[in-house]
Design a protein. Sequence first.
Length: 202
Amino acid sequence: MDLTYENIKDRIIYALYDDDCPGAKPRKCFGHQDKDTGLIKGYHILLKCDDEDCATIPITPEMCDDYDYNIKTIMEDAERNMQTLLPKNIVNIGPMFMLTNEKCLFGASGIFYDDVLSELEEKIGGDYYVIPSSKHEVMITEIGDFTPREIYEMLEGGNRGFCDETELLSYRVFKYSTDSGKLSVVYDNGEVQNTLVDESEE
């Protein structure tokens, strides 16, 4: 396989991982941590993706050294490729929305696509919670339907009972604020993280 950068640059994508779910992240996958959510973008090369199957290999630090990959370029190319190779798909499933992509591969990464958070704001009508149900999708629910504690308990039960360890994303609950236009962690492993969370939301 030709792993020179010119040959892979248009196939670099990323999945999201959390250090609290180590079984999901390939051991040597090169990654970059997002400061607002604490989630890690782990970079991969998309080998194929058709109606039957998708296959990737992780980009490792050793590959970066051996082939002289530029880290900044990897990150920039991945952001562009994600939105062309794996276009977002927002699905209305009753009281919630599901954010994934057309291939259902690493669909949770859609929270970092351009304008997706603001598009969800328009659909929800204000602030909302992001539930990291797996690395392939996240669920979106408006404030008031559930408290962060209730979401965490649902997430913990679902992850431990139904989600394969390799598919886990996180046990954190995220909140989107229309004021900041950003995501923040409001509940992490059973503890409130954001002092701005109303008592009614706990």
